[in-house]
Write a protein that binds this ligand. Structure first.
Ligand code: DHB
Ligand code: FE
Length: 280
């Protein structure tokens, strides 16, 4: 059977991708950030997952205001990097896992989580930057990736509670997939960041730290947090953090914290990163 072994959260700041692509990772500004991901790269290389379910948000790259799916699951065999205005990132094409993706779609939809099935989708920095952070610059990504795009761009985003429960439905789907696969789930975006307006550049370290602590030990408390608290405390784009609750919902109630990293600054955001393993 498929086994969901671990969850990873990480920010997905586009400037991180640009720093890698333009060979600036060793500059004084970026070096401390990439150093913080060294243990994670080592960990995931040892783990060798077969498939990653990668929860991210599309930033008006594949979707627009014409169609706004709350949850969109990539069921295709391949997902090319999106052109976000400077040409597509020169990273490998993402290889999906259509069989597991369709199984997840069937399982969660029949469990009453309506999602949009996507068979053709380019993937933007929200998905490719986390892969770059964990895997560096390989010729091919070392595992298959199932993209799960969540709307956190256009009001109303899903509640944290819905995300948490959706994670549980995903876990049930993975657990019932009849193939021996090592699966991980990533939640991306965050942490505190506000990209525009008088509060642009807002960083709330104290709140971010409490969020990380609760993510590990008390995710049910986080699931009850209203949207307004995210926006007030973590900035307008801090709402991306609801996606981390999908990751957390898919893990066991009790998890082992393997690694944590928090870093400011990275563009306009606080970078937060955590690795959690299931105990079972
Ligand atoms: C930035 C961060 C994001 O998460 C994003 O999607 C776009 C921009 C930033 O800090 O610049
Ligand atoms: Fe983002």
């Amino acid at each position: 059977m498929a086994r969901l072994v671990a969850g990873v959260t990480t920010s997905h700041v586009p400037a991180i991708g640009a720093a890698i692509d333009l060979g600036k990772a060793d500059t004084p500004y970026w070096q401390p950030l990439f150093k913080g991901y060294e243990p994670s790269k080592k960990w995931i290389a040892e783990q060798e997952p077969d498939v990653i379910i990668l929860v991210y948000n599309d930033h008006a790259s594949a979707f627009s205001l014409e169609i706004i799916p709350t949850f969109a699951l990539g069921c295709a065999a391949e997902f090319p990097p999106a052109d976000e205005g400077w040409g597509p990132r020169k990273v490998p094409v993402v290889k999906g896992h259509p069989e597991l993706a369709w199984h997840i779609a069937q399982s969660v939809i029949l469990d009453e989580f309506d999602l949009t099935i996507v068979n053709n989708m380019a993937v933007d920095h929200g998905l490719t930057v986390p892969l770059s952070l964990l895997f560096g610059q390989p010729q091919e990504w070392p595992c298959q990736v199932i993209p799960l795009a969540v709307n956190v761009v256009q009001y109303p985003p899903p509640t944290g509670n819905r995300c948490y429960n959706f994670g549980k439905a995903i876990r049930k789907a993975v657990d019932s997939f009849d193939k021996d696969l090592k699966v991980m789930i990533f939640g991306t975006g965050g942490m505190s960041h506000q990209l525009q307006g008088p509060r642009a550049g807002l960083i709330n370290r104290e709140w971010d730290t409490a969020f990380l602590n609760d993510l590990v030990k008390d995710p049910r408390k986080l699931a009850k947090m209203p949207h307004l608290e995210y926006v007030r405390e973590a900035g307008s784009e801090g709402i991306e953090l609801v996606m981390w609750l999908i990751m957390r919902g898919a893990l066991d109630e009790k998890v082992r914290e393997i690694y944590r990293f928090y870093h400011v600054p990275a563009s306009n955001t606080a970078v937060g990163h955590i690795i959690l393993e299931n105990e079972t």
